[in-house]
Write a protein that binds this ligand. Structure first.
Ligand code: TEU
Ligand code: CA
Length: 548
């Protein structure tokens, strides 16, 4: 039997602090709010909380633009409260993981401000290119595209600086040893405070191999010069060896543009880089080329990707929602006719795969996409990319609105729904982003009262998983991938659990040989699954102890 590490046995819960719980009635979630809900999280059964950035930030990208890595954004609280959160979580056996955003800082970070002076030692912390060094000074240094639209170059005082994201997020120059040393210090600073690891933002793009022009392609010209480079692998090994390993800390990467090969190169244990990394490939099956071209979800496409992830990646990070993604029931389920059933089905899928599950706040109570109904309801910086594409390709306003409703990042960012009135703040104040009016029905209070709720199902599945060596350590074997039915086995020491899922709103006949037995969990109330033919109800999913 293999020896699993603590983070392989854990269930992680992602908190987007701005939208989790507001304790002082300013309409913005905060640390005290999180502290006040630790018992709720303990009751759900999660072991680790990953906090999206709580560092000082001018919020151009809501915390993913950090102006001081060693201080807490006053909107969220104080360092004392952060320490209190770490220790109160620890008392409940819950660990805290922070977001590490090191590809870029905020343009308001002290390093960047200093670097505006050509003679400052900080100049070389970033990618500055002097106009006078360019053959054509009025043209930007290369043709690279920014993730958030336009060129990666911004002009300032006779020079250009590089930003893969917004112009308020200048990229750090990892060819400068001093930058690596600074990052090590920051990592150590937080590990000493007692956190257990980091979720590493766009970690595979930190090292730019050259600044040459990129190949001509539709999106993200230039990425071949920074996508998972040798330099990046070297830096990750160094951070691990010199700092992370000393603290038994774990790292989960959020690679950009990642395919299975990239993930493997970053996470294979023999490479000593990251412990695991998110793959979003199984979610990206609902678009054509890029997220702003949404297409119909075909379950079979997703099943095929998951089979590959499960079979090829040593240890998966299992993710169906986060603060950049729409809500899973709205996205791949049936929020109108089979809300509960489809919500539970994705819980069952996520919690029976091999890897570490990441549950995003609100997922456990079946929150749905935001009901934004006009383009001006959206505010995210990422919109710039869409508008640019829209201009070039002559999208209609109707098209843009539809794409945003389906794929906009703010779908996952509306406030956590605690009660029928919202319950995000203690008093009735306007939250920083619209509360979904369906809080009237979909909320924590109602979920906790109802043994048949989505919350109760997540809770049950988490407990089942924790107590099942087969679900934790067992191998994954695919059994069936058909139009709407997905079946796989988890196997350990000759014992097997079989998972069968009907990912559709139709009754579906399933024929599986040598599969049958007692049902351990189900999105309906089925108790036995007989060998041979069975009809699965809409969004019926089940785990059975195979007695063949
Ligand atoms: O996201 C990485 C990233 O590549 C996103 O731009 C992603 O492609 C997009 O959101 C999908 O729609 C991380 C953070 O999760 C995101 O919130 C930040 O904006 C981004 O990095 C920059 O730090
Ligand atoms: Ca607040």
């Amino acid at each position: 039997m293999e020896q699993l590490k603590w983070f392989q046995k854990a269930v992680v819960y992602q908190i987007y602090p701005r939208s989790f719980k507001d304790s002082n009635n300013d309409g913005i979630g905060d640390l005290k709010g999180i502290i006040s809900r630790l018992d709720y999280l303990k009751f759900l059964g999660v072991d680790v909380l990953w906090l999206s950035p709580v560092y000082a930030s001018p919020n151009f990208d809501l915390g993913y633009d950090i102006s001081d890595y060693r201080s807490i954004n006053p909107e969220y609280g104080t360092m004392k409260e952060m320490e209190e959160l770490i220790s109160k979580a620890k008392k409940r056996g819950i660990r805290i993981v922070m977001d590490l955003v090191i590809n870029h800082t905020s343009h308001e970070h002290e390093w960047f401000k200093q670097s505006m002076d050509r003679n400052s030692p900080y100049r070389d912390y970033y990618y500055w290119v002097e106009k006078s060094d360019l053959a054509k000074p009025d043209k930007v240094p290369n043709n690279w595209d920014s993730v958030f639209g336009g060129s990666v170059w911004e002009e300032h005082d006779g020079a250009y600086y590089l930003h893969l994201f917004s112009k308020q997020q200048p990229d750090l120059n990892f060819h400068n040893r001093k930058v690596i040393e600074e990052v090590k210090d920051i990592i150590e600073f937080w590990l000493k405070k007692g956190i257990s690891g980091f979720r590493c933002d766009v970690i595979n793009v930190i090292s730019k191999e050259s600044l040459e022009n990129g190949k001509n392609k539709i999106a993200l010209k230039g990425s071949e010069h920074y996508d998972t480079t040798e330099g990046c692998h070297r830096i990750l090994k160094e951070l691990r060896r010199d700092v992370l390993d000393k603290y038994d800390a774990f790292t989960i990467g959020e690679p950009m543009l990642a395919n299975i090969e990239t993930i493997k190169s970053l996470t294979d244990a023999k490479n000593h880089e990251l412990d695991m990394a998110f793959s979003f490939e199984h979610l990206e099956v609902d678009n054509f080329l890029a997220k702003w071209f949404p297409i119909k979800f075909k379950p079979k496409k997703m099943m095929k990707v998951i089979n590959r992830q499960q079979q090829e990646i040593e240890w998966n990070a299992l993710c169906f929602e986060n603060h950049d993604q729409p809500r899973i029931i709205s996205r791949f389920g049936d929020p109108e006719k089979y809300y509960l059933e489809s919500g539970k089905l994705f819980a069952l899928l996520q919690l029976t795969l091999r890897g570490t599950p990441y549950i995003f706040q609100g997922q456990e109570i079946g929150m749905l996409n935001a009901p934004f109904n006009k383009i001006s309801d959206f505010k995210d910086v990422e919109l710039a990319t869409l508008f640019q594409a829209a201009k070039k390709l002559h999208f209609s306003d109707k098209y843009i609105l539809n794409a945003l409703q389906k794929r906009g990042r703010e779908n996952g960012r509306t406030p956590m729904q605690w009660t029928s009135e919202g319950g995000f703040s203690e008093r009735e104040v306007e939250p920083w982003i619209m509360m979904n009016p369906n809080t009237e029905k979909i909320n924590v209070e109602n979920n906790l009262k109802d043994p048949d709720s989505i919350f109760s199902f997540y809770q049950k599945m988490i407990a089942l998983r924790k107590n099942s060596p087969i679900l934790l350590e067992g191998t994954f074997e695919p059994i069936l991938v058909s139009k709407n039915v997905y079946a796989y086995k988890r196997v350990l020491d000759g014992k097997e659990l079989v998972v069968i899922l009907n990912i559709s709103n139709q009754d579906t006949k399933v024929k599986l040989d040598r599969v049958g037995g007692k049902v351990l969990a189900s999105t309906y109330n089925r108790l036995v699954y007989e060998n041979g033919k069975n009809v699965l109800r809409p969004y019926e999913g089940l785990i059975l102890e195979n007695d063949f």
